[in-house]
Ligand binder design. Structure first.
Ligand code: PBG
Ligand code: ZN
Length: 324
């Protein structure tokens, strides 16, 4: 097909032609909204590095979920900011923990929205790491039991799906087994399977108050330079019983999303993380880009790369935009 016999522009000449040959259609069904739950009443505290995002008490979380439902968003992802932190993250798996209470409230008031709970210890440990520590070393195997306990307590509170984000080895198998033994064989695991050690998580750590107090997360999260390793990580989680696998972050890792989509026959989720959100918001505020257009282009690109669903702080805004 060579010019002048073939002219690609023929099929771009008007919006009707463009609609006919459009390959990727973003819909509201693709979107999952992350939310930050905190104690108290009537709390809606802005996250400075994430304009439009808030730490919210449960009453306001329920309002946000209602609004998400009215826009057609099928699911939310819950993060909790606990009242107390300690070395063993005991508030992560407490029956009256913040995520457990928020989950119950949502399932009570807005039962049709899928509640996914982030399962990790970093918001709940006083040192801010995703597992328990022995001196300055993360103790992988000692963390597994606490992570599985956290997932189980979320399921007991009514979570529809649990999403481990800790990146400890073996945690998906441990969670699956614990859920099955306790009559939660119907609760799927969405695994943060290829989670990179990314500076794009900066704003999130302000929102979730989960910055590590010493060291960094490089001994458990993946090296941004590695792609083949992502296939090993994801394959492992598939073998261990994951139902959905996630790549995180999204935009700087579109090649990973694409490869995983090709190699793995499970639904693929991508997490359009806090730093990706913050960059667009900041440039928009400066008047340097059209934020809405960049948002839609970004989300469409993540879907085009192969994501079946996208966790994004833009979920509400994108859903509004898609209605028009
Ligand atoms: C913690 C966790 C992080 C995110 C989700 N769960 C950050 C981290 O690993 O420090 C990042 C989300 C975002 O940046 O939007 N397990
Ligand atoms: Zn963590």
């Amino acid at each position: 097909m060579l010019f002048p016999d073939y002219r690609p522009r023929r099929l771009r000449q008007n919006e009707s032609f463009r609609r006919m040959i459009r390959e990727t259609i973003l819909t509201v069904n693709d979107l999952i909204l992350p939310l930050f739950a905190i104690g108290g009443k009537g709390v809606k505290k802005p996250v400075p590095s994430m304009p439009g995002q808030f730490q919210q008490s449960i009453d306001n979380i329920v309002k946000s979920v209602k609004k998400a439902e009215s826009l057609g968003i099928p699911a939310v992802m819950l993060f909790g900011i606990p009242d107390k932190k300690d070395p063993l993250a005991t508030r992560a798996y407490a029956k009256d923990g913040i995520v457990q209470k928020a989950t119950k409230a949502i399932k009570d008031k807005v039962p049709d929205v899928v509640v996914i709970t982030d399962v990790c210890l970093c918001q709940y440990t006083d040192h801010g790491h995703c597992g328990v520590v022995d001196g300055n070393v993360i103790d992988n195997d000692a963390s597994l039991d606490l992570i599985a306990k956290t997932a189980l307590s979320h399921a007991k509170a009514g979570a529809d799906m649990v999403a481990p984000s800790d990146m400890m080895d073996g945690r998906v198998a441990e969670i699956r087994q614990t859920l099955d033994e306790n009559d939660f064989s119907n609760v799927p695991v969405m695994s943060y399977a290829a989670k990179y050690c990314s500076a794009y998580y900066g704003p999130f750590r302000q929102a979730a108050e989960s910055t590590p107090q010493f060291g960094d997360r490089r001994t458990y999260q993946m090296d941004p330079a590695n792609a083949v390793e992502a296939i090993r990580e994801v394959s492992m989680d598939v073998e261990e019983g994951a139902d959905i696998i996630m790549v995180k972050p999204a935009l700087p890792y579109l090649d990973i999303i694409c490869r995983i989509r090709d190699e793995i026959d499970l639904p693929v989720a991508a997490y359009n993380v806090s730093g990706e959100y913050a960059m667009i918001k900041a440039a928009e505020q400066k008047g340097w880009i059209d934020g809405t257009k960049v948002m839609m282009e970004t989300l469409t690109s993540i879907k085009r790369a192969g994501a079946d669903m996208i966790l994004t702080y833009f979920a509400m805004e994108a859903a509004e935009e898609l209605k028009q």
